[in-house]
Design a protein around this ligand. Structure first.
Ligand code: UDP
Length: 323
């Protein structure tokens, strides 16, 4: 299938592109390289450097690629930043994303696969979280993704553009070739591993007074390869709607640091800091719907394998991508 992938030079996008190509799909990557890296784009893909805000370029690129499906990864995705600069999130994630949905509709694309997030739920009433959980985001990042989900729902109803929105919990880990390199790293696992690499003196624990057993936030970490597999399944006919993607196991910040110590064999210094604004205490997925309806079967569900794959990649690429 011909697949048009936005954000294919970013962390999650680059690994999904690799898996798409391995499965025999034909891929065009569209990325403005503000977050992504040119060398993270698999050389088997066609690369277009462009911005989603440029409506004409988006239209021409989608049409020119002959896309039958679109996968939309390009977005700003930091909770903390969204609390400081909400306009950036609504502009890039909603307004600019709309150019892509319009282009997909006009080009007769059959399936739109969207990177959504558990941040659309906000603090849940019931854990583990099913897709029936009310969506009440507590940060502009989650709100922007929810707005986009709603746009997709209307486009399906009114224009017949079919979609799958995958609500990721915490993506982590790496493939052999591609991994996580953000120019400004805010995520827990790479920040902790940077201490193990000797690049940082210590890591931070944001908040130790949450209503959780050890007082730190709990998240559900999912291996990037398992995430990529779900995208592949989403392309199949008859798959449609909203799906949580997580392992159903929650790990606290302290447990993640302990796992990183076990994997790296190093003692890692962590200092306790105040809470980071916008962080819900506990996010754990019930992904039964994805298993049932997509046929999704995660292969690397334990945190140890996830952290090990990240550690292997960071050790081989201590400076990340060259560009
Ligand atoms: N976190 C932390 N120290 C860090 C980075 C993150 O304690 O250096 C916490 C953060 O507050 C959250 C969890 O780890 O509770 C996961 O954060 P991350 O940014 O990795 O992902 P998010 O859940 O925000 O998407």
């Amino acid at each position: 299938m011909k697949v048009f992938v936005t954000g294919g030079a970013g962390y999650i996008g680059s690994i999904c592109v690799e898996e798409l190509l391995n499965a025999g799909h034909e891929v065009t990557v569209f990325d403005n390289l503000t977050e992504g890296h040119r060398s993270a784009v698999d050389e088997r893909a066609t690369f277009v450097e462009g911005c989603l805000g440029d409506r004409q370029r988006v239209q021409d690129s989608v049409r020119g690629s002959g896309a039958e499906a679109v996968m939309h990864f390009a977005a700003n995705a930091l909770v903390g930043e969204s609390m400081q600069n909400p306009g950036k999130y609504f502009r890039n994630n909603v307004a600019h994303g709309l150019n892509l949905v319009d282009a997909a509709k006009e080009a007769g694309v059959r399936k739109f696969v969207f990177s959504s997030t558990c941040a659309t739920y906000g603090p849940p009433e019931t854990v583990p979280i099913t897709e029936a959980e009310p969506q009440k985001p507590i940060n502009p990042y989650g709100e922007s993704k929810l707005m986009f989900e709603r746009i997709l729902r209307w486009y399906r109803e009114l224009h017949g553009l079919d979609f799958v929105a995958l609500r990721y919990f915490n993506a982590a880990g790496a493939s052999v070739r591609f991994g996580e390199h953000h120019r400004i790293e805010t995520h827990l696992i790479p920040n902790v591993l940077a201490v193990a690499l000797g690049q940082r003196e210590q890591c931070e624990i944001y908040g130790t007074d949450y209503p959780t057993p050890d007082g730190t936030c709990i998240r559900d970490y999912i291996h990037i390869i398992d995430l990529a597999q779900a995208h592949m399944l989403a392309l199949e006919p008859g798959r449609s709607g909203f799906f949580n993607l997580g392992n159903g196991e929650g790990y606290s910040v302290r447990e993640v640091i302990q796992t990183c110590e076990a994997v790296t064999g190093r003692t890692l210094t962590a200092i306790e800091q105040p809470r980071r604004p916008g962080d819900p205490p506990r996010l754990v997925a019930d992904a039964a719907k994805a298993r049932r309806e997509l046929g999704w079967q995660p292969r690397f569900a334990d945190l140890q394998s996830i952290v090990s794959s990240a550690w292997d990649w960071h050790r081989r690429h201590p400076e990340g991508y060259p560009d």
